[in-house]
Write a protein that binds this ligand. Structure first.
Ligand SMILES: Nc1ncnc2c1ncn2[C@@H]1O[C@H](COP(=O)(O)OP(=O)(O)OP(=O)(O)O)[C@@H](O)[C@H]1O
Length: 682
């Protein structure tokens, strides 16, 4: 039994071992396969490396060949240069000996031939060296060595890269080192010799200063300069050899080339000074440019101002342009600005075809206050007081700020032109009440769906005042007097004795006006508002009477139904507004083109504005525009219209009558209304 159990256990273990052996054998086989694959890969890699190596060796040997060739040429060059220097040296020595003989024996052989020969040789030497420099530079260029961007000065014979190359050769080839030592030694001797000769010549020159004649002195001079030149050549060669030995590049200030370079830049100043001088000049030029631009801008602005003044004198309609600040809805659309005020008189619009500039009598940007705008408008109020027919009207697309400009904001924290004009009229009256007797009266109308409505009569009040009219409002008609001044027949004209009273009338009118919310403006005017204030002033001294009429018009804005979201009755309103504005556009076009026929009769709006456009009035148009790209098309249309309006000429005349005519008119009025007239009145 125990034996059986033992046998079973052994059998189990045996089976386990067998399994493990099998697994290990399989693992071993797998590893052998992997090893074989790894060996194959290594072999391939080794072959690849071998290929790369032979390629590199080939490349390297090519480079070495090139280097050897180059080395040989440079060595040859150096030897040639040495020979040339030697030749010059010989010539100089010969010449110096000759010179000494000349000085000692005072011989009269004054031939310049050896000198000329030496000079020529030197020139030749220079030329050969330059030639080599060029060749070496080209060679270096092909080897992608840094090439100096500017033509080098004479000392550039030893270009840094050439020096490095030569240094490399000297370091690797022992024979060249010996040769370099030999050259350096020879050059040192030559330099010492040349310096000695120069000293000797100078001393001789000093000693024989008084005795020698002009010719001798000239000869000495040229000899001296020749020797100086030779010394310089030796010094340059010395420096070159030193550089080749050390491998350091020559510093430009170490050689005469620096002074030559300075001479080229300017007399006696260093390159640094030159640079400072040029910087100073540049600064000055920039300053001058700035001043010129400033002067130009001032001059341009002045020119526009005087142009506008002249135009005004000619009777041209004045046009102001007011850019509204970016609105909340526009900001939500991205708020990209397409309009920019350039200066006091011009505005630029970024169109798809590039920027377009428009010129006006004044341009107000988004941050211009109501006070600022009114300051430039006040003059016209004075003209109305003086008996002129004055019209101020706001034009522009819906939501561009016409009502804000003419009326102001809702709570009147920023009152517009209309309330300010009321105050100005009564202020002026106050100032002149000792000289004049004033009378102010006003009618206020709206043109809604092509019907003129009297805003001083509320529909409810009208119905109770005229019970038999069957709901029909009183008919208001536009007429013109003999002088061409427009008036509204049938409109309620009310007198006002103070600005507050007049403003109360205006508030009453506004309450009757048609306003509703559109997608473009929460309080969009759905009608054209016409506020007419007549100021009659009787001169207390001569009894003459002047009558000025101030028309303040807030037009409804042109709109595109798709943009405003107008439907049903709002669409009808919009069509009517657009129709009347289109008729206004036709009148403007005809007037600006000076056509014989002006289609005033096409719309009630153009009839209301007949005296203001091309008639007996001093007129100011305020074109309101949005700054944003979203409204670019409408802005461009408005500005083009406004530019046309600027070309229209009015002929404003003062409405003044003598005392007698004024009295007679009064009599007629009394008789017409059935009153009795006293004989002395007549
Ligand atoms: N210069 C401005 N400064 C501040 N807010 C302005 C200015 N101009 C216009 N706004 C504001 O822009 C909005 C639209 O202006 P406004 O009602 O005057 O336009 P509108 O041209 O009269 O439009 P519509 O033709 O539809 O009546 C208003 O909320 C107004 O307060």
């Amino acid at each position: 039994m125990i034996l059986d159990l033992y046998q079973e256990k052994v059998e189990k273990k045996k089976a386990g071992w067998k399994q493990r052996v099998e697994a290990l054998t399989a693992q071993n086989e797998q590893l052998l396969v992997e090893q074989a694959a790894e060996m194959r890969r290594s072999k391939e890699e080794a072959q690849q490396w071998d290929r790369e190596k032979s390629k590199m060796l080939e490349l390297f040997s090519n480079r070495l060949d090139a280097l050897h060739n180059h080395q040989a040429t440079t060595l040859q060059e150096l030897q040639m240069a040495r020979q040339e220097v030697g030749k010059v040296q010989e010539m100089l020595m010969a010449n110096s000996q000759q010179q000494q003989e000349v000085t000692e024996e005072a011989a009269c052989s004054k031939s310049n031939l050896p000198l000329e020969g030496a000079k020529a040789r030197l020139e030749e030497l220079k030329e050969t060296l330059y030639q080599r420099e060029r060749e070496i530079t080209e060679l270096l260029e092909t080897e992608r060595s840094p090439i100096p961007p500017l033509p080098r000065p004479p000392c550039g014979v030893l270009l840094p890269s050439v020096i490095h190359k030569a240094h490399a050769i000297c370091s690797s080839v022992p024979e060249t080192r010996t040769l370099l030592d030999q050259l350096t030694e020879e050059n040192r001797v030559g330099l010492a010799d040349a310096r000695k000769k120069l000293d000797c010549l100078r001393r001789n020159q000093e000693n024989s200063k008084d005795s020698e004649d002009q010719e001798d002195s000239d000869e000495h001079e040229s000899m001296s300069s020749l020797l100086q030149e030779a010394v310089r050549e030796y010094e340059v060669a010395q420096m070159a050899l030193d550089c080749i030995r050390t491998g350091k590049s020559p510093l430009i200030k170490d050689c005469d080339a620096a002074s030559e370079l300075e001479d080229a830049l300017g007399q006696g100043t260093s390159a640094g000074q030159q640079l400072l001088f040029l910087q100073e000049q540049l600064k000055q030029v920039k300053e001058e440019k700035k001043t010129v631009i400033e002067n130009y801008t001032t001059e341009r602005t002045m020119r526009k101002k005087y142009y506008n003044m002249v135009e005004d004198m000619k009777g041209k309609i004045r046009v102001f342009c007011r850019i509204r600040p970016v609105g909340r809805a526009e900001a939500a659309q991205g708020g990209a600005a397409a309009v920019k005020k350039i200066d006091e008189y011009s505005v630029a619009v970024e169109t798809p075809r590039g920027p377009r500039e428009f010129l006006f009598d004044k341009v107000f940007s988004g941050d211009a206050s109501q006070e600022e705008l009114f300051r430039d408008t006040n003059r016209l109020i004075q003209l109305a007081m003086d008996g002129y027919n004055v019209c101020i009207f706001a034009y522009g697309q819906t939501g561009s700020g016409k009502t804000f400009t003419m009326v102001g904001d809702k709570d009147q924290k920023n009152p517009g032109i209309i309330p300010r004009a009321f105050n100005a009229i009564f202020d002026m009256m106050q100032e002149n009440n000792t000289k004049f007797d004033f009378k102010v009266s006003s009618y206020m109308l709206e043109l809604y769906n092509d019907r003129l409505q009297d805003l001083l009569v509320s529909p409810a009040g009208e119905a109770s005042a005229r019970p038999h009219s069957h709901g029909q409002a009183r008919r208001v008609e536009i007429k013109r007097n003999r002088k061409g001044v427009v008036f509204a027949r049938g409109a309620e004209t009310k007198e006002a004795s103070s600005a507050q009273e007049l403003y109360a009338l205006f508030q009453q009118a506004c309450a009757n006006r048609h306003i509703s919310a559109t997608k473009m403006n929460v309080e969009s005017s759905r009608s054209h508002l016409i506020v007419s204030v007549t100021v009659e002033s009787r001169n207390l001294t001569n009894g003459s009477v002047s009558t000025g009429k101030l028309s303040l018009v807030d037009l409804a804005g042109s709109e595109r139904a798709a943009k405003t979201g107008a439907k049903d009755h709002q669409l009808k309103e919009a069509n009517s507004i657009n129709k009347s504005l289109s008729a206004l556009g036709d009148v403007i076009s005809a007037l600006s083109a000076e056509l014989p026929h002006v289609p005033y009769r096409n719309s009630k709006l153009t009839q209301v504005m007949q005296d203001s456009l091309g008639g007996n009035a001093k007129t100011l148009m305020i074109v309101n525009i949005s700054p944003s790209e979203y409204n670019l098309d409408e802005t461009l249309t408005s500005l083009i219209y406004a530019t046309r309006v600027k070309a229209i000429t009015n002929s404003a005349q003062r409405n003044v009558e003598s005392k007698e005519i004024a009295q007679l008119k009064e009599v007629i009025m009394k008789l017409r209304s059935g009153q009795t007239v006293e004989e002395e009145d007549a």
